[in-house]
Design a protein around this ligand. Structure first.
Ligand SMILES: C[S@@+](CC[C@H](N)C(=O)[O-])C[C@H]1O[C@@H](n2cnc3c(N)ncnc32)[C@H](O)[C@@H]1O
Length: 229
């Protein structure tokens, strides 16, 4: 089964390493084959999850794609500060160009992106430091796809991973955005680098690194349990 999964990922151009300790982000390429977002959606489509969480919805740009491509999706849950994203919090969470989005505008956009009445769309407004513990208390490890793209402070990313791990189905996948290969103490890198040392998890870097502002490089990382699918 593992062999089959490996060859499936390899066909997608997805980097597969046998042991997490050997995993390293790929060297930057001059012309990436596709954007990390396109790769995320391709990966999502291939896995065809039934229940998913998106941490950091913003205007719903990615959510709409998940909802359109999620052929088996029965439940979508999105977490965001929405109207509570003040300038101070945006600075604290290192939000860059992401400004406040309104729940009352995002919700109808997401509901309209579905095919008919499925999946259910639940939006949890507020800081994930509060909303995720409450949600994890009421829900089991049933989510097979979790996309972590919320606050960028180290504390928030750690909190988001802590509760994602609790909510993740045994064979599920967590994808982190904001892994900065050339910035040791920023974004998801410190946490993901810790997970690389943890034998319980398999870590796969997306096969592209993109250059963003101020010579900063970015990629995404997929994390799954070794004893899962
Ligand atoms: C990068 S944007 C998300 C982009 C979205 N996933 C997409 O691909 O279009 C980050 C979002 O995280 C939210 N956010 C930041 N800190 C948060 C926190 N502590 N709790 C909940 N949401 C937070 C912001 O309000 C913002 O909308």
């Amino acid at each position: 089964m593992k062999k089959l999964a490996r060859s499936m990922f390899a066909r997608m151009g997805y980097e597969v390493r046998k042991t997490s300790r050997e995993s390293r982000p790929p060297a930057p390429t001059a012309s990436p084959p596709m954007s990390r977002y396109a790769h995320l959606i391709e990966l999502f489509s291939k896995r065809a999850p039934r229940r998913m969480i998106e941490i950091g919805v913003w205007r719903g740009d990615r959510s709409v794609q998940f909802l359109k491509k999620g052929v088996k999706l029965k439940r979508y849950v999105g977490f965001d500060l929405f109207d509570d994203l003040s300038e101070d919090i945006a600075q604290q969470e290192k939000m860059g160009f992401c400004n406040m989005s309104r729940l009352e505008e995002v919700e109808p956009r997401l509901l309209g992106a579905r095919h008919g009445d499925s999946p259910t769309v639940e939006l949890m407004a507020g800081p994930t430091e509060r909303t995720l513990p409450e949600f994890a208390e009421a829900n089991g490890p049933e989510f097979d796809f979790i996309y972590i793209d919320g606050g960028h402070s180290l504390e928030t990313i750690r909190n988001d991973w802590t509760y994602s791990e609790k909510l993740l189905a045994p064979d599920g996948l967590v994808v982190f955005d904001d892994y900065y290969p050339n910035e040791a103490g920023r974004g998801a890198k410190p946490l993901v680098d810790e997970l690389l040392q943890d034998d319980r998890f398999e870590i796969r870097f997306f096969p592209m690194i993109e250059d963003i502002i101020d010579n900063l490089q970015i990629t995404m990382v997929a994390v799954s349990r070794r004893d899962g699918r």
